[in-house]
Design a protein around this ligand. Structure first.
Ligand SMILES: [Fe+2]
Length: 293
């Protein structure tokens, strides 16, 4: 099986310009600094609001991204409650910016809300003992994500001492085995650990777009945190799914929505758009599924 390069999901005049390709299944580019600052500010609000009253220090007034980092460095793990309106605004900014580089018409669905992650240098207690910790090399569909996805990751803060994502330098010879693997992340490590890595640096503002069958893993940092956003885009209709996967506990597919073609200022607007779009398609079943979620 030959590799399935992702070049065709980028705008043709962009590839070879601002986009680097350290591997055929991985493309890298930078967000402009003003956009990065805008997203950092919004994520500061998301974390400040979502981390809860237990972290009073973070809820102090005048929190900016820099002192948010200081506070987060003192934590070991954080739980984040996700404000739907702020995540709707964040989605809009990400789509707008990424559309400048990606040919967004190639996609029909997007994960909502996107994942905002604070990655600590040490994994949370017990995390590494599970079947599918992201510290092991993996492809998301192995854990139950749909197989028509593309992964997108944006480093909002990443220093030389932060955790970063590493990629396996997959050759066509190994691609078939990787794509066809069924089972836990752990059960394929013996095979993947023999393969070389992609040579890639990591820095704030960098965006990684990769084929979901390019194995990747968290490489823990030395003594600094990382803040990043990641989400998945779906090439197929996000409502063409099986009921059994829609609301399941692990990896529910209800997290995939239509890729919006318009801006929303509230979650309610986004939800109404979704229902309206589904109604226009005339099939009542997906409307029922979305309402259940
Ligand atoms: Fe992953």
């Amino acid at each position: 099986m030959s590799l399935e390069p992702i070049k065709n999901i980028f705008k043709p005049d962009i590839v070879g310009g601002v986009v680097d390709s350290p591997h055929e299944l991985l493309h890298v580019f930078d967000f402009p600094t003003d956009v990065l600052s805008e997203i950092q500010e919004l994520v500061t609000a998301i974390i400040t609001k979502g981390i809860g009253p237990a972290k009073a220090e973070i809820n102090a007034s005048k929190v900016n991204f820099i002192n948010l980092l200081e506070t987060l460095r003192k934590t070991k793990v954080i739980e984040l409650e996700r404000d739907p309106d702020l995540f709707t605004i964040l989605e809009g900014i990400l789509i707008k910016e990424i559309s400048k580089v990606l040919d967004i018409r190639k996609f029909k669905g997007i994960e909502f809300p996107v994942n905002v992650r604070v990655v600590h240098p040490v994994a949370p207690d017990g995390y590494l003992l599970g079947a599918n910790p992201t510290d092991l090399f993996h492809c998301d569909p192995w854990a139950g994500e749909p197989d028509d996805i593309i992964n997108v990751l944006l480093y909002l803060y990443c220093s030389p001492k932060s955790s970063r994502v590493q990629f396996i330098n997959v050759s066509p010879m190994h691609y078939k085995a990787i794509k066809e693997h069924k089972g836990s992340y752990r059960s394929i490590q013996h095979f993947l650990s023999e393969l070389p890595l992609v040579n890639l640096s990591a820095k704030s503002g960098q965006v990684l777009v990769f084929n979901s069958f390019l194995p990747h893993a968290t490489k823990r940092g030395i003594d600094d945190i990382r803040i990043s956003i990641d989400f998945r885009l779906r090439k197929s209709d996000p409502y063409k799914t099986e009921d059994s996967k829609w609301l399941r506990k692990k990896i529910p597919w209800s997290k995939y929505w239509f890729l919006p073609t318009t801006d929303f200022s509230t979650y309610q607007e986004k939800y109404s758009y979704e229902i309206k779009t589904l109604r226009s398609l005339g099939d009542p079943k997906p409307i029922h599924l979305r309402r259940k979620a």
